[in-house]
Design a protein around this ligand. Structure first.
Ligand code: F6P
Length: 548
């Protein structure tokens, strides 16, 4: 909650700083050695997710002090205000109600005195009808042929969520349909997505909350031209090949998409919190309305957990507090997300927007510069690939990088017996990495193997690198919803503690404005005045290279 006492002036903050000094360089080997019960105790279950946070540089005292900090910052009160639909996005004066997108049909959630749940379900129903007709072939293109490829055009939250979830749930998708996601204003993206497609069998979904985002509108305009040209110049074909997902009916109509073919959402849904709104239409076509509902129910389950679980068993609260602990008292600058699942390859990129666009802020809600770390750099790729690339730095580098190791007990059902048998090796890697990062390998252990003395330091692993292991039975639609909601609320907790507005994104604006200003300078003869000298030189060089 906005507070007159700043975070770093709280007695709870001072208590944590003192505790950190006392903890000093205590090693995880010591923490486990003196407390064998921590492997069982420092775990939490939420829905189908099992979280082991025992390999963190914390004791029971640390956790109690962190919970005290959360209480002092009023995290629970701000959480309740969010769920009630209060305008906690202070700089944009908006409610923050992605939780309403997955609320059951009979829930009542009000914004400005109006229950928003009926509208949410009306859109879900409209999406389900449309998704069903594309899946069945009842929806045909302008020439009467059924749709074979769906191309989602969007960027940021209007791309990363559906693209990530489509990859994550591939085994649940209608394999007869092909799905592609275009986001980059680099014409190569749309070119590669469409070069082998037949316009008569292609459906474009233009996803944009504002419907003014230059990358999306540029790509959508080019896609419309490609379609109309490919169908012999028939402009009326657009109605059967373009639908829009947006909050902005006026701009959708101005673009030339019939608002009958628009699926709406609302300003209380942030872009990076939107893939369970109409923005998920491509995903719903891929997995079908029932699976989509299962995913929403997974989200809702974690929403309810976050809203009602006591602090000591509240998974998003715990994860959020651990991140605050490392940022503030270990100078951790980044956070790695390492899924041991091929299907979660895009999950780290999705979380980058969720976390970094939410909590990459330098002023508090009152506009005062913060005097503490805010959001970390979030990064990662599927685990085993990373092991042969950057894990060297995780094991023997000089940085504290807390990491999440995410894995599933079962391989997906459609793998052959031969490929399914590889799953144990995959998971053995996950468990081994958590072990190696935490406990390392001492110089004595290295010497005992007969390693020459000059090599001993190089082959010693300091360990003491913190990880959370997140384990579930399988990557189902519900489990994906649970995972995403877990991270959404973790990000919320951290924003509440740091007293920042996690729901605006003013930091993306300057680049957009400057790009508009620079663009005319790239063409022949255009005036480069007004550019700084470095940029003016670069623009001049670019023009020479382009022969302008
Ligand atoms: O520029 C950042 C951003 O506003 C994101 O927050 C958003 O997800 C993305 O652009 C796309 O915006 P829109 O859905 O309005 O096209």
């Amino acid at each position: 909650m906005p507070d007159t006492v700043r975070l770093n002036e709280l007695p709870e903050w001072a208590a944590l700083a003192k505790h950190r000094a006392e903890l000093g360089g205590t090693h995880l080997r010591e923490l486990f050695g003196t407390d064998p019960g921590r492997a069982d105790r420092l775990t939490v279950r939420v829905g189908d997710l099992y979280l082991d946070y025992s390999k963190h540089l914390v004791t029971d005292d640390t956790l109690a002090l962190l919970r005290d900090l959360a209480a002092a910052r009023g995290v629970a009160a701000l959480r309740d205000a969010m769920f009630r639909g209060e305008k906690i996005n202070v700089t944009e004066r908006r409610a923050v109600l992605h939780t309403a997108l997955r609320a059951p049909r009979d829930a009542v959630i009000e914004v400005d005195g109006e229950n928003v749940v009926p509208a949410v379900h009306a859109v879900l129903d409209k999406m389900a009808a449309f998704a069903g007709s594309v899946r069945s072939g009842a929806w045909t293109g302008a020439t009467g042929r059924r749709i074979r490829t769906v191309v989602n055009i969007g960027i940021g939250g209007s791309d990363l969520g559906p693209a990530m979830a489509y990859e994550a749930l591939r085994p649940y998708t209608a394999r007869a349909l092909d799905f592609r996601f275009v986001s980059n204003v680099d014409g190569a993206d749309l070119h590669e997505a469409t070069r082998d497609l037949d316009p008569a069998e292609t459906l474009f979904i233009v996803a944009s909350k504002t419907f003014t985002t230059i990358e999306t509108i540029t790509n959508a305009t080019s896609a419309r031209e490609w379609l109309v040209d490919g169908l012999g110049g028939d402009e009326s074909a657009v109605a059967k090949h373009f639908v829009a997902l947006s909050t902005n009916a006026k701009e959708v109509a101005a673009f030339g998409i019939d608002t009958q073919n628009m699926f709406e959402f609302w300003d209380w849904v942030g872009g990076r919190y939107s893939y369970d709104s109409a923005i998920g239409l491509s995903l719903m076509i891929a997995i079908g309305p029932e699976r989509f509902r299962e995913m929403l129910d997974g989200f809702h389950l974690v929403d309810e957990h976050f809203r009602t679980a006591p602090p000591e068993a509240n998974a998003p609260l715990l994860l959020g507090l651990l991140g605050v602990w490392y940022g503030a008292f270990f100078d951790a600058q980044s956070h790695a997300v390492l899924p041991y699942s091929h299907y979660l390859a895009k999950f780290p990129a999705y979380l980058q927007q969720l976390d970094m666009e939410s909590n990459g802020k330098y002023v508090d809600r009152q506009g005062e510069p913060v005097r503490w770390q805010t959001g970390p750099v979030v990064w990662g790729t599927p685990g085993t690939n990373g092991q042969h690339a950057y894990y060297q730095l995780l094991h023997q580098g000089t940085k504290t990088i807390p990491a999440d190791l995410i894995g599933f007990a079962r391989p997906v059902a459609e793998l052959s017996a031969r490929l399914a048998a590889q799953h144990d090796l995959l998971m053995a890697n996950l468990f081994a990495q958590g072990q190696a990062l935490a406990f390392g390998k001492t110089a004595e252990e290295v010497r005992a193997e007969g390693v020459p003395e000059e090599q001993v330091p190089h082959r010693t692993f300091p360990g003491n690198h913190p990880t959370t292991t997140i384990l579930a039975t399988e990557l189902s639609p519900s489990v994906l919803g649970q995972l995403v909601a877990l991270y959404e609320h973790k990000v919320f907790v951290q924003g509440a503690i740091w007293d920042i507005d996690s729901f605006d994104q003013w930091g993306v604006e300057l680049g957009k404005v400057l790009a508009k200003r620079v663009e005319p300078a790239l063409t022949e003869g255009a005036d480069v005045a007004g550019l700084d000298t470095s940029t003016a030189e670069l623009v001049a060089k670019y023009r020479r290279l382009r022969g302008r």
